[in-house]
Ligand binder design. Structure first.
Ligand code: SAM
Length: 232
């Protein structure tokens, strides 16, 4: 299944950035996903290519104009789900990423300055998604994160369809955090002077015991680091 992201931005050169590398990069070459970065400034109507103006009511900063954003949006033939990356939006989580990864078209609006004029969000019924409770300088890094979270869930991208379900927040993990991982060497002398060993249970090939240990670790780690996940 291919997914197309249309990105409305003042910085189209920020894409595909990290998504041109590794798993996402190979998936892009295979056309498992596609993107078009649309420069909002191309739709400005004056010789200075102005896209923003001062806020009504006063206050600091500039606001992106609704008419210019709308013109950029209307240039997209298949808009699909329209998302404004915004700190006040619903916080992105694995369930939402999974849901978005089933869409054919997603249009992402990246704000800059103080944000965008409210009316364009209302007129075109943008849903708002945040990547966390902090403020970025622009929506582009948030768009890249949302895209990455969706792309890796597309069939065939990770190689093994079960991988995502077994990860943190996955369905097989019961929405909890994942258990810890170990690889070679079995015994590792750290530069700190301490020697670390791989837990014995992982070396004896007893898959039932390993499974039990992993479940137990997953629960312990979630209790310690994210007790809120146990309340869901
Ligand atoms: N004045 C806005 C506020 O106080 O909520 C912040 C504007 S921010 C400097 C500029 C743009 O960055 C926003 O329009 C939004 O697109 C993006 N942005 C900032 N923080 C974000 C977050 N946590 N998640 C998603 N997008 C964010």
């Amino acid at each position: 299944m291919a997914i197309k992201f249309n990105i409305l931005t003042l910085f189209p050169e920020m894409f595909p950035s990290m998504l041109g590398q590794s798993l996402a990069g190979r998936a892009l070459e295979r056309r498992d996903w596609a993107y078009k970065a649309i420069n909002i400034r191309d739709f400005a109507q004056d010789i200075h290519k102005t896209v923003d103006d001062t806020p009504y009511g006063g206050g600091a900063g500039m606001v992106m104009r609704p008419d210019i954003i709308e013109a950029a949006l209307l240039s997209v033939p298949k808009q699909g789900r329209k998302i404004y990356l915004s700190p006040r939006g619903k916080v992105l989580n694995q369930a939402l990423a999974k849901e978005l990864s089933t869409e054919d078209n997603i249009t992402l609006l990246c704000g800059r300055y103080e944000g965008v004029d409210q009316r364009v969000l209302e007129a075109h019924e943008f849903e708002e998604i945040s990547i966390g409770d902090y403020v970025l300088s622009g929506g582009e890094p948030a768009a890249l994160i949302l895209m990455d979270a969706c792309i890796r869930l597309l069939p065939g991208v990770m190689g093994n369809e079960e991988t995502a379900d077994n990860e943190s927040f996955g369905t097989n993990t019961g929405g909890l955090l994942e258990y810890p991982h170990y690889t070679r060497p079995a015994e590792w002398d750290s530069a700190t002077g301490k020697t670390y060993e791989v837990p014995e249970v992982l070396k004896n090939g007893n898959h039932a015991k390993i499974e039990e240990w992993r479940k137990d670790q997953s629960l312990k780690i979630t209790k310690a680091l994210r007790p809120d996940l146990l309340e869901k």
